[in-house]
Design a protein around this ligand. Structure first.
Ligand code: SAM
Ligand code: SF4
Length: 323
């Protein structure tokens, strides 16, 4: 589907829960979140129905996210059922990896083709501080298992002043020994992210250049996202940078999001969307839902509005939206 700004929208991120086994400082408050009630969360059959409708509009690449997607019971069953929907061409997952430990083979046979695993530090103490109690060895074990199983793997890391700024080179080194991508994502001013200091991508690049030498741009396409990739001398894999708060990535944005409570979000930072749960539960038929989705996507906002004074700002937190 092409939107009013000529962008081809073919990527659907599906958040299946707002809950999580961790409490990352930039994402969730220590005491957790005001969790969405069970009845408000889309049931798997509702998600499947929406995906069947949306593949008809050309949305063919799916990403399962959350909260922590593996924190919802039956997550891999859902992956399997989504994989069987005609028109779905790829399924990926964004996860902190901990609950995926020893379940990678199962995930792969269910139809998962790639994994984005969030690891913000390799140092057990920093990782525990950042995640408020998580164990990095489990996440790293899942990372190894995913590589061994042949999944496409990306490591996501959010650089944060006062937490992991001295460990960015160590994280990037993961791409030296293995053919994976390490991506540095600029902290977004959403939820708890508002109270922390962002380390801009330019600074991360400078630190990495000091550590590894001058990189060359990597023009190979790694996924469908907004990252710019480079390769450092001697590295097998690539390092990517996502400057989420600049507008660069809006021009080529190819995605929409389905939140756990059934809202179709057209842009990460706009509340404007479509209440698909109300349509599903209000008795709308497939054609009505398809027409409403088509109209909503056609009208996708041109760009996000982080840091702008007048906007229809997103007040939700990242664990609700799914990143
Ligand atoms: N729990 C899974 C995980 O951590 O990968 C999936 C959901 S999480 C919300 C998705 C991604 O959003 C993670 O890579 C996380 O680092 C990122 N994220 C969360 N809050 C953020 C913020 N304020 N700014 C930038 N990235 C953020
Ligand atoms: Fe959980 Fe992911 Fe948010 Fe961390 S970033 S608290 S792992 S949802």
């Amino acid at each position: 589907m092409i939107d009013k700004n000529g962008r081809s929208i073919e990527y659907l991120r599906i958040s299946i829960t707002d809950r999580c086994n961790l409490r990352c400082v930039y994402c969730m408050a220590e005491e957790g979140v005001h969790a969405i009630g069970h009845a408000e969360i889309l049931r798997f059959e509702e998600i499947l129905r929406l995906v069947r409708i949306m593949t008809g509009l050309g949305l063919k690449h799916l990403r399962i996210t959350g909260g922590e997607p593996m924190a919802r019971i039956g997550c891999l069953d859902l992956v399997k059922q989504l994989h069987e929907v005609p028109g779905v061409s790829s399924i990926s997952m964004t996860s902190n990896g901990i609950l995926l430990k020893d379940r990678i083979r199962e995930a792969k046979s269910a139809g998962l083709s790639s994994l984005n695993i969030s690891i913000d530090s390799l140092n057990p103490e920093t990782y525990a501080r950042l995640t408020r109690g998580g164990g990095v060895s489990e996440a790293l074990c899942t990372l190894d298992q995913a590589l061994e199983a042949g999944l496409n793997v990306k490591v996501n890391a959010v650089p944060i002043r006062g937490y992991n700024e001295e460990e960015l080179a160590a994280l990037a080194e993961l791409a030296r020994r293995d053919r994976l991508c390490v991506r540095f994502i600029e902290l977004m001013p959403i939820g708890c992210g508002k109270d922390l200091e962002r380390i801009p991508c330019a600074e991360v690049m400078e630190r990495l250049e000091n550590a590894f030498g001058k990189p060359v741009p990597d023009t190979q396409v790694y996924g469908r996202g907004p990252a710019r990739y480079v390769k450092y001398p001697g590295f097998k894999g690539a390092v990517g940078f996502i400057s989420a708060v600049s507008h660069e990535f809006c021009r080529t944005c190819n995605r929409v999001r389905l939140t756990a409570d059934g809202q179709l979000k057209l842009c990460l930072n706009h509340t404007k969307g479509l209440d698909l749960r109300a349509m599903l539960r209000g008795g709308a038929d497939d054609d009505e839902i398809r027409d409403a989705v088509r109209a909503a996507i056609a009208d996708k906002p041109e760009r996000h509005a982080f840091y702008e004074a007048v906007c229809d700002h997103e007040m939700r937190w990242m664990n609700e939206i799914g990143g």
